[in-house]
Write a protein that binds this ligand. Sequence first.
Ligand code: RB5
Length: 149
Amino acid sequence: MIAIGSDHGGFELKTAVIRLLDERGLAYDDCGTDNGDSVDYPDFGEKVARKVASGAAVKGILVCGTGIGMSIVANKFPHVRAALATDPFMARMAKEHNNANILVLGGRVLDQGLAVEMVATWLDATFEGGRHQGRLDKIAALERELYKP
Ligand code: RB5
């Protein structure tokens, strides 16, 4: 299951991404927002990142105006590797090298068609493992050190 969320700045792009998920028959949990009225991006970033951090969702997609705010929020959560991508190459690398479990997009900075293509690229890509796994292990070790009770 893919958790997806946006603020008002990302609402239109979220709607377009949901069309892609529907076309592909993928299960998703739309965590809002549900229209273009002004909301606070941390509230929706939290909803999606909590689901990914807990394992309730295997992946997440977050959209705000630039993608910056959602990236900051999502990466507070343990086990979350949220990647802000601005082109298809970054979307592919986010999976192949970083095994990003949340893709973050900026609804006000990306062409909508390109952004949807980036989501498809990220969904279709495969983590390469190997030396990249070692790097993710170092991030996980940092998480254990920094977040231990
Ligand atoms: C909302 O105006 C805007 O600040 C938000 O969508 C996002 O770009 C924050 O990083």
